[in-house]
Write a protein that binds this ligand. Sequence first.
Ligand code: TYD
Length: 140
Amino acid sequence: MGNTNPVSKCVVIQLPQIKNPSGNITPISSNMEIPFKIKRVYYLYDVPGGETRGGHAHKELYQLLVAASGSFDVILDDCKETKTITLNRPNYGLLIVPGIWRELVNFSSGSVSLVVVSLLYDEVDYIRNYKDFLKYKNEI
Ligand code: TYD
Protein backbone atom coordinates (compact mmCIF):
# COMPACT_ATOMS: atom_id res chain seq x y z
CA MET A 1 0.00 0.00 0.00
CA GLY A 2 2.64 2.52 1.08
CA ASN A 3 5.34 1.39 -1.28
CA THR A 4 4.59 4.03 -3.92
CA ASN A 5 3.97 6.96 -1.57
CA PRO A 6 6.30 9.94 -2.07
CA VAL A 7 7.53 12.35 0.60
CA SER A 8 5.34 15.04 -1.01
CA LYS A 9 2.28 13.29 0.46
CA CYS A 10 3.56 14.12 3.97
CA VAL A 11 2.16 17.52 4.78
CA VAL A 12 2.06 19.87 7.74
CA ILE A 13 -1.53 20.33 8.89
CA GLN A 14 -2.59 23.40 10.78
CA LEU A 15 -4.77 22.24 13.66
CA PRO A 16 -7.54 24.27 15.28
CA GLN A 17 -6.60 26.34 18.29
CA ILE A 18 -9.20 27.34 20.84
CA LYS A 19 -7.51 30.33 22.36
CA ASN A 20 -8.05 31.43 25.91
CA PRO A 21 -5.95 33.67 28.18
CA SER A 22 -6.07 30.81 30.68
CA GLY A 23 -4.63 28.32 28.18
CA ASN A 24 -5.22 27.05 24.65
CA ILE A 25 -6.79 23.82 23.42
CA THR A 26 -6.09 21.94 20.18
CA PRO A 27 -8.52 19.12 19.35
CA ILE A 28 -7.72 16.29 16.90
CA SER A 29 -10.66 14.12 15.80
CA SER A 30 -10.82 11.06 13.53
CA ASN A 31 -11.35 11.98 9.87
CA MET A 32 -11.81 15.66 10.69
CA GLU A 33 -8.53 17.52 11.11
CA ILE A 34 -6.68 14.42 9.89
CA PRO A 35 -7.49 12.00 7.03
CA PHE A 36 -7.64 8.78 9.06
CA LYS A 37 -9.48 7.10 11.92
CA ILE A 38 -7.53 7.29 15.17
CA LYS A 39 -6.79 3.89 16.73
CA ARG A 40 -3.93 4.77 19.10
CA VAL A 41 -2.18 7.72 20.71
CA TYR A 42 1.25 7.72 22.31
CA TYR A 43 3.75 10.33 23.36
CA LEU A 44 7.49 10.41 23.41
CA TYR A 45 9.23 12.24 26.25
CA ASP A 46 12.43 12.30 28.33
CA VAL A 47 14.48 12.03 25.14
CA PRO A 48 18.16 12.53 26.04
CA GLY A 49 20.05 15.28 24.21
CA GLY A 50 21.55 14.13 20.90
CA GLU A 51 19.29 11.07 20.68
CA THR A 52 17.67 9.95 17.41
CA ARG A 53 14.28 8.23 17.31
CA GLY A 54 12.34 6.67 14.49
CA GLY A 55 14.65 4.98 12.01
CA HIS A 56 11.89 2.93 10.42
CA ALA A 57 8.98 3.00 7.98
CA HIS A 58 5.45 1.62 8.17
CA LYS A 59 3.63 -0.40 5.54
CA GLU A 60 0.04 0.63 6.33
CA LEU A 61 0.10 3.03 9.27
CA TYR A 62 -0.75 6.71 8.95
CA GLN A 63 0.35 9.06 11.69
CA LEU A 64 0.20 12.64 12.80
CA LEU A 65 3.19 13.90 14.72
CA VAL A 66 2.89 16.99 16.92
CA ALA A 67 5.47 18.81 19.03
CA ALA A 68 3.08 19.14 21.98
CA SER A 69 5.93 20.84 23.82
CA GLY A 70 9.36 22.02 22.64
CA SER A 71 10.68 21.13 19.21
CA PHE A 72 12.32 18.46 17.06
CA ASP A 73 13.12 17.81 13.42
CA VAL A 74 11.67 15.01 11.31
CA ILE A 75 13.68 13.71 8.35
CA LEU A 76 11.43 12.08 5.74
CA ASP A 77 12.78 9.78 3.03
CA ASP A 78 11.01 7.91 0.20
CA CYS A 79 14.28 6.60 -1.37
CA LYS A 80 14.17 9.32 -4.03
CA GLU A 81 13.78 12.47 -1.97
CA THR A 82 14.50 13.50 1.61
CA LYS A 83 12.95 16.44 3.38
CA THR A 84 13.44 17.83 6.89
CA ILE A 85 10.49 19.35 8.73
CA THR A 86 10.85 21.21 12.02
CA LEU A 87 7.94 20.83 14.41
CA ASN A 88 7.85 23.47 17.12
CA ARG A 89 4.22 24.54 17.59
CA PRO A 90 1.48 22.52 19.31
CA ASN A 91 -1.15 23.51 16.74
CA TYR A 92 0.73 22.12 13.73
CA GLY A 93 1.05 18.41 12.98
CA LEU A 94 3.03 16.50 10.37
CA LEU A 95 1.03 13.84 8.52
CA ILE A 96 3.26 10.90 7.65
CA VAL A 97 1.73 8.49 5.14
CA PRO A 98 2.72 4.80 4.90
CA GLY A 99 5.94 3.88 3.09
CA ILE A 100 8.10 6.75 4.34
CA TRP A 101 11.33 6.27 6.27
CA ARG A 102 11.49 8.76 9.14
CA GLU A 103 14.02 9.88 11.71
CA LEU A 104 13.37 12.26 14.58
CA VAL A 105 16.38 14.36 15.61
CA ASN A 106 17.37 17.58 17.40
CA PHE A 107 14.94 17.24 20.30
CA SER A 108 14.85 20.32 22.49
CA SER A 109 15.25 19.69 26.18
CA GLY A 110 11.97 18.58 27.77
CA SER A 111 10.19 18.22 24.43
CA VAL A 112 7.12 16.02 24.15
CA SER A 113 6.04 14.57 20.81
CA LEU A 114 2.44 13.51 20.56
CA VAL A 115 1.78 10.77 18.01
CA VAL A 116 -1.71 9.96 16.74
CA VAL A 117 -1.88 6.84 14.57
CA SER A 118 -4.30 4.78 12.48
CA LEU A 119 -3.47 1.26 13.74
CA LEU A 120 -2.88 -0.60 16.96
CA TYR A 121 0.74 -1.45 17.70
CA ASP A 122 1.88 -4.29 15.44
CA GLU A 123 5.55 -4.99 14.81
CA VAL A 124 4.55 -6.63 11.48
CA ASP A 125 3.73 -3.17 10.11
CA TYR A 126 7.29 -1.90 10.74
CA ILE A 127 10.22 -1.91 8.31
CA ARG A 128 13.23 -1.40 10.57
CA ASN A 129 16.08 -2.16 8.19
CA TYR A 130 16.93 0.42 5.50
CA LYS A 131 17.88 -2.27 2.98
CA ASP A 132 14.46 -3.90 3.49
CA PHE A 133 12.94 -0.44 2.95
CA LEU A 134 14.75 -0.09 -0.40
CA LYS A 135 13.40 -3.52 -1.40
CA TYR A 136 9.89 -2.52 -0.29
CA LYS A 137 10.12 0.60 -2.47
CA ASN A 138 11.36 -1.56 -5.38
CA GLU A 139 14.66 0.33 -5.47
CA ILE A 140 16.86 -2.80 -5.28
P1 TYD B 1 9.35 2.61 18.10
O1 TYD B 1 8.06 2.76 17.38
O2 TYD B 1 10.49 1.98 17.35
O3 TYD B 1 9.82 4.03 18.65
P2 TYD B 1 10.43 5.33 17.94
O4 TYD B 1 9.91 5.39 16.54
O5 TYD B 1 9.95 6.46 18.79
O6 TYD B 1 11.92 5.26 17.99
O7 TYD B 1 9.07 1.81 19.45
C1 TYD B 1 10.09 1.62 20.41
C2 TYD B 1 9.73 0.39 21.22
O8 TYD B 1 8.49 0.58 21.91
C3 TYD B 1 9.59 -0.88 20.38
O9 TYD B 1 10.19 -1.96 21.10
C4 TYD B 1 8.11 -1.11 20.28
C5 TYD B 1 7.57 -0.46 21.55
N1 TYD B 1 6.23 0.13 21.35
C6 TYD B 1 5.10 -0.50 21.86
O10 TYD B 1 5.19 -1.58 22.49
N2 TYD B 1 3.88 0.06 21.67
C7 TYD B 1 3.72 1.22 20.99
O11 TYD B 1 2.56 1.71 20.82
C8 TYD B 1 4.89 1.86 20.44
C9 TYD B 1 4.78 3.14 19.67
C10 TYD B 1 6.11 1.28 20.64
